[in-house]
Every structure is written in C-alpha cells, then in structure tokens.
Design a protein around this ligand. Sequence first.
Ligand SMILES: Nc1nc2c(ncn2[C@@H]2O[C@H](COP(=O)(O)OP(=O)(O)OP(=O)(O)O)[C@@H](O)[C@H]2O)c(=O)[nH]1
Ligand SMILES: [Mg+2]
Length: 689
Amino acid sequence: MPAYTTADIRNILLAGHGGCGKTSLADAMLFESKTIGHKGSPATGNSTSDFEKEEKEHKHSIYSSVLHADHAGKRINIIDTPGSPDLVGAAIACLPAVETVAIVINAASGIEVVSRRIWDAAKAQNLPRAIIINKIDSPEINLESLVEKIRQTFGGECLPVNLPAKGGKAVVECLLNTEGEADFDTVRRCHAAMLDSIVEMDENLMEKYLGGEEPDYNALHAPFEKAMDEGHVVPILFTDAKSGAGVVELLDAIAKHFPSPEEGNPEPFMIGEGENEKRYNYNNDVRAPLLAHVFKVTSDPFVGKLAIFRVHQGRVTGQSQIFIGHNKKSIKLGHVFHLQGKDHKEAPEIIAGDIGAVAKIEDIHPNDVLHDDHALDSVHLQALNYPTPMYGLAITPKARGDEQKLSGLLTKIAEEDPTFKWHTDRQTHEVVINGLGELHLRLILEKLANRGLHVDTKPPKIAYRETIQQKADGHHRHKKQTGGAGQFGEVFLRVEPLESDSPHRKSKGGSGLEIVNEVFGGTIPGQFIPAVEKGIHDLIDQGVVAGYPLQDVRVAITDGKHHPVDSKEVAFRTAGKLAFKDAVLKAKPVLLEPIVNMEVTVPEDKMGTITGDLSGKRGRIQGTDILPGGMAQVKAQAPLSEVMQYQSQLKSVTGGQGSFAMELSHYDPVPPQVQQQIAAQYKPKAEEE
Ligand SMILES: Nc1nc2c(ncn2[C@@H]2O[C@H](COP(=O)(O)OP(=O)(O)OP(=O)(O)O)[C@@H](O)[C@H]2O)c(=O)[nH]1
Ligand SMILES: [Mg+2]
C-alpha cells in the first residue's frame, strides 16, 4: 500500500503562456516540499521537469512531464506543460488526468494567448481552476491592476487567497489570517471576500457566519473545494519561482483546499457506441473494477514505449491482468511506476486518483482505456477539443531509401501528438506534414534529425478545399465495347451546396458530403448504387478546380440506365464520378482557403506598422489593446496563405520583440484572381476512361 489514500492525492496541471515560469515553479515545488534535494532550473539545464534533450537545447518545455511532491501528508501530482501556442495540444491531452488546472500568469507580461486558451479549455471540460501569478519579484509591475484585469477577463469568481508582501519578496495568507501587511489591498478585505464566497456552499456555515460566528478554519476544505468545483471560486495565488516566495504557501493551499480525486468534477467517460452511447459514472473506489485512461505515450529510442495513465477507478499492480479497450486478450503489465520527470520508480500499486506509467507494452495507445472487467469494454473518454493543424510543409528524405523509415517515424509522432498530422500528397507524391505553426513543425524536423533522418523541405503548402456555389445537373453515359463483354452505365444526378446549418457540413463536424438516392423505378438497380457513390467519393478527394478535396455538397442521384449484360460495378463507378464532375463544373466551383485568427503582441510604437502590414495581407483588424509594460496587442483575421512566413516578417519589423499566435477560424472563398493563379498551376492527370 502506498502511504497515501485517494483522498490524500491532488492532481494539478500547470499551464500558461511560454516563459511564465511553469517549469521553474514545478522545480521549486519539488524543492520547497523537500521532495528533491536540489532546486533545478530549466535555464541551467538541471530541471527535473524539462529533461528531454530538445528541451535542454531550447530552454523551453516541449512535452508535458509528470512530477510529484509530497507535502503536508498529501501526494501532489504535478503535470508541467509547454506554453508555446504551437504546443498547446500537449496541455489539452493532460486535462483528463487532473482535478485542477492551474493557469500560471507572468506578472510582467499579464494575460497572454495561451492563458486564455487554457482557461477556455479547462472551463469547457468543467474542471476547477486556479490562477498563479508568478514572477512577483519582477521590477516595475503593477499586481493590483493585473488582478483587476484577471477579474475583468475571467470573472469576479477569481479571488486572491494570498497577497504579495515585502515588495514581492513574500506572500501573506488571507483566508486563515485576518491581519497582515500586504503590498496592495488588505488582508482583511481579501479574507472577507473569500469567506463570503465559500460559506455560500454550506447553509449551516452560512447561517453561523451571518450570525457573526468565526468559522472553524480546519473545516473549510469541503466548502472551499466545492466552490472550486462549481466555478464559484477561482483562487488566485502569488509566487516567485526564482526566489521561492509563495511556493510553500501554494503547496499548503493545494494540500488544504484543492479538490482530491474523490471530489472535483468527474471526467466525461462514456459507455456504448453510436445511439447507445451514454455517460459512464465511474466511482473512485479502489475496490471497484479498474478504469484507467492513457493520456500520454512517449517512445524513447533507449527506454522504449512508456504509457502514462491516470487511474479513475479501482487499482492496478504489476501483477494485474488487464484489458485494453475492446481487446479480448488480457495482458500482464509486469511493472507499474510513479514518475518524477525522467525517473520512474517501481510502485507496488497505482490507486484510484493516482497517476502511473507502464513501459514496453506496444499495444497501448494514447486515449486507450485500461480495465479488468469486460463490462467496461466500451468505456471511452469523450473526445477532447484540439485546435486544427493547418500549417503544412512538404518534406522528402535527403537519403534515398529512407521513405519507409520516414513514414514509420511520422506515424509514431502523430500517435503521440494529437495536433500533428501527415499524409502523402496524391498529386505530387510528396509527404506533407501539418502542425499548429512554424515552431511546431521545426521541432518535429529536429526530432526526425535526432533519429538520424534528415529531410529537405519545400515551401509550405496550404490546405485549400473546394466547394460549389449553386445547384446544377450532371450526366454521364459510360459505354465501352471492346471485343467480348462490354461495359455500360448511365447516371443522372443533381448537386447543390449544403445549407449552412446542415449537420453534414465540415464545420459542423460532418463529412462534408450528403448523398441522397432519388432513383425511381430501378433505372439504376439497387446493387449498383454503392458503385455510383464510390465514383462520387473518388472525385471528392480530387476536386475539380485545383486538386483539393471538395466539401459541403449534397448529391441527389436522380436517374440512369442499365444494360442487363454489360452493366457492371466499374461502369457505374466511372459514370457516377464523371456525372458528378459534369455537375460540379456547372455549379460554380470555388477554392476555399483557411482564414486564421491572429493575436500579435508588439511594442506599442510598432502597433501602427503591424496593423498596416496586416491590412496589406488581406487581413481584417478586429481590435487593438494596450498591455502593461509598453506592449500592445493586435487581433486580426487573415488568410493563412498571406501569413505563412509571419514569424520572420514579424521578427524583422520588431527586432525580435514581437510574438504572435494563430489558429484556424474558418474557410472562405479565395478571390477570383488568386483562384485563377492556383488553378493554372494545377495539371490534372488525364482522365482514364
Ligand atoms: N525573476 C523570475 N524569473 C523567473 C521566475 N520563474 C521563472 N523565471 C525565469 O523565466 C524563464 C522561463 O521560465 P520557465 O520556468 O522555463 O517558464 P515556462 O513557463 O516553463 O516556459 P515554457 O516551458 O516555454 O512554457 C527562465 O529564465 C526562468 O529562470 C520567477 O518567479 N522570477
Ligand atoms: Mg516549461
């Protein structure tokens, strides 16, 4: 038995914008709790959390890492995540492993893109949140106005549980204390505000409190964590990871107030499939059947595959016989581990609420559910909402014969990173990789190079799409008579754009294609309809304007002709495809391009240059904002094709002081002259009839 129970566990995800100090804070938490004897730091390369080679080189986190601190009788599992907007997928993947998401905000730069994104993602997942304002020791900062800004942005439920003191060299606790010196505001006021909110969770407590009775401060855990569960309170805490100020107080607050796995809000597990899918209410009892969710898998060329999981129900040991999802064959895990960065320590068992790992089991994949009861075969986690990877690069191995190795490695990387995709382009036969941004793909190329695979890259490719703008009819008669048996099939059909609210639309999560069979009287016999549909699908992948996939089209197959002997599947497939092509060409086909939301942060005096430049790139400015510290933020929408090289453009305009983030907003038709240019470069292969 571990020395702690489920109720003693706290699982915390540290997320927030790059450089706000998450990793330094994680290292400081390990040190201040005396879990680790030295204070590591990402800046000097001895961090417990940033242990991967690439992380040491870049002095930034690139992957999530799992750590733990033992403090005040509690086991605090900490997941440190990377803060670059390009790597936000790593944090989203770990949301189902924790009760609390702590959004770390840099006191010197304020609320940034990733702080907001993680807030939204945690809220959408119904996860209790906390805000940690780090770097409170920085010169020339105004923490009072930052707190005000946080409350304006995220809501009045954000309330300090401690306040900075001694000019950011210390913090003073406000919930348990009523007196004390703070750098701004007063302990008394914060104490009252926090208490006012917490007592609302418990009628008894409220009555006594309103009657003027001091609450029993040792009995505040339940109402405090309940207030966090309901999003009624989001505690704000102050730290300085470098000096250590506020770190013990942070650990104390986590141990005392934050939800344990027995509390918090349940993760959205589902059971069954399709129409029978319903919510699965698990129970964090260690005696119940095992339910563990794999939230991360890494493959190390030396250590091999490591699957990291959170146990939600039951317990697992090295001797446990477990099933992976629907697999009927049970496997023995052999050994289970607790993680401390790169170190894994064999554990006698991993209990409900805890995080553990298992090595070298090839069949385990990210998002798998591990269990020991066939009744749980179909239990799965509701899909997480990841940003769309839309930044593309065409790559070819430098060494001939490395193609096989490349596809093997890319498949592995895509499995580990939900925001990375790759495919082989049908026209050019090049391998195209897609990620969230330039940095994301650069890191992938580095990873390939570290595994001995060097590639040439070509200018980024835009993932255009095609659609139609009006209704049209199409027809094709396929007839071939060569020697013996002939081929015959004739198809009439009609196409029209899908309505904007159709569930089949791509933007609504549909496939982008709806096929309706309106054939009357068997003019196309039922057994050939699937062949016609196949033909339609053939063209969907190829498009008609410039070789990009067609989307948001409804096709009604209306009529046709067959021949008792010569009608064959292949004939109807060809006729279906060409009738569809005929209709699409008459339905005003257009090319659609990805439009991205951009947030650009630059020194205030460069704001005019940036807005002017973006307008020249077919961008639409949506707002500007002055930030603390002489910086300004520009929000805009622009076509991805115009801002593919924004990284280097921004660098040259701002002398390296600017930063930006972008994500897919939607697809829009490209201007006609741009469509002409792209279509002119497209040389379709001759249609083989
Ligand atoms: N003055 C001061 N510097 C800090 C503090 N916390 C972190 N730093 C410094 O800020 C820089 C970034 O810190 P990290 O801990 O790597 O930040 P991070 O949030 O993990 O960054 P990413 O992993 O890139 O998202 C490093 O140089 C740290 O030494 C702090 O509280 N005070
Ligand atoms: Mg980090």
